[in-house]
Write a protein that binds this ligand. Structure first.
Ligand code: DGY
Length: 377
């Protein structure tokens, strides 16, 4: 294994903080340096192994900013705790790569980066929806392959969205933003499945519907369904926005794919294992009218055999949050989590994290997943 390369900033800093990958922007580094941190950044492209992270933590380390590609398990948290570490932040809103009970047992708060990915991720889910339903990637390959010999009446016919039904599984921040974009942009009716009702979303769509009617257009509806099957059976588009845990692993499997309309569109911007990818490959093979847009994969970065050969699947490399504003925002929040914890700041008491992104950095910790368990106020 080639040794990784590291850059060190503010080498005389009082707190040693390890950042396992170079992050976008500069504000995050300024925040850590202003908090008297010595910051060691891994500048190699390869993912660090657990062994390499442990080695780098060494005997003394105060905090780490880690990546969703790293398995933050009990071993790593025990190593960080015995090196004197008191802060960890994921550079992500999702934290299925982090063993939260193990972090809590090691008394290490785990930060994440909510509030800066919402619209960016929802917009990209919309883009995937249209790429799949209007066959954009397939048509692009056709053009580049020199196959276009002139306009034809039935070339690359796709889905009409206007007036159809969009199904959202997981109507939290990102799922709700996606739902609103599809309803407002394309006058679709929304069905959603979530453990909890999203009253704000329902009210928003009810108000929008009134607005449409006032302008002489047809109303739109929203409905929370009791079962995933109820949603799959009626939706022209299904978009996944759940967390990944034992209850959502292979949530979309062969049986549930069979419930979907044969020409439906399935979009996944959550985590790969929410779909049984082998089952999806088999379904797309036998249902050429069915399309899928995938940002995430079950064995990322690998794809299941046959997936890349399917014309009815659009595949992109986990880039749902990839805008400059969002990625720099994520870096800023991750740094503010670690710097805030090391300075003993209280928890930020609002969902609005924008004050962290410009001007004076609030004297607070933006977001800690296990704050309640660790009694962080
Ligand atoms: C996250 O933050 O969880 C995303 O998957 C990164 O894009």
């Amino acid at each position: 294994m080639t040794p990784k390369e590291w850059s060190v900033h503010n080498s005389d800093g009082d707190h040693r903080v390890i950042v396992t990958k170079a992050l976008p922007g500069t504000r995050w580094l300024d925040i850590l340096v202003s908090a008297a941190c010595r910051v060691e950044v891994c500048t190699s492209e390869d993912v660090l192994t657990v062994g390499e992270i442990k080695e780098r933590i060494g005997e003394s380390c105060d905090g780490v900013i880690g990546q969703l590609t790293e398995g933050w398990n009990a071993d790593l948290f025990a190593t960080l705790a015995s090196a004197g570490g008191t802060a960890y932040s994921n550079f992500a809103v999702g934290y299925n790569n982090v063993d939260i009970p193990a972090a809590t047992a090691a008394e290490i708060p785990v930060g994440n980066t909510p509030g800066v990915l919402t619209e960016t991720t929802a917009e990209r889910a919309v883009a995937l929806t249209f790429s799949a339903g209007r066959r954009i990637a397939e048509a692009d390959r056709f053009m580049r392959g020199g196959e276009y010999v002139g306009w034809r009446p039935a070339l690359f016919m796709g889905t009409r969205f206007d007036g159809g039904t969009v199904g959202v599984i997981g109507a939290g921040r990102i799922g709700a933003a996606y739902g609103r974009m599809m309803v407002e942009g394309h006058k679709m009716n929304l069905v959603y499945f979530d453990l909890y009702p999203n009253e704000a979303l329902e009210q928003y769509i009810a108000d929008y519907s009134e607005f449409l009617v006032a302008h002489g257009e047809s109303p739109v509806t929203t409905k929370r369904v009791e079962t995933i099957e109820d949603l799959l059976a009626v939706s022209d588009v299904v978009s996944l926005h759940t967390v990944l845990d034992e209850t959502t692993h292979h949530l979309i499997n062969a049986e549930r794919l069979a419930v979907m309309k044969s020409d439906a569109i399935l979009v996944n911007s959550s985590r790969g294992p929410v779909i049984d990818e082998d089952a999806l490959v088999a379904h797309c093979r036998t249902n050429p009218e069915f399309t899928a847009g995938l940002d995430v994969f079950e064995d990322e970065p690998a794809m299941k055999e046959g997936l890349a050969d399917l014309d009815n699947v659009v595949i992109v490399p986990h880039i749902a949050s990839a805008t400059k504003w969002t990625r720099e925002g994520m870096a800023t929040l991750a740094a503010a989590n670690v710097a805030g914890l090391l300075q003993g700041y209280p928890l930020w008491d609002s969902d609005d994290v924008l004050p962290f992104l410009s001007g004076d950095v609030p004297r607070a910790v933006p977001s800690i997943v296990n704050a309640t368990e660790l009694s962080i106020e």
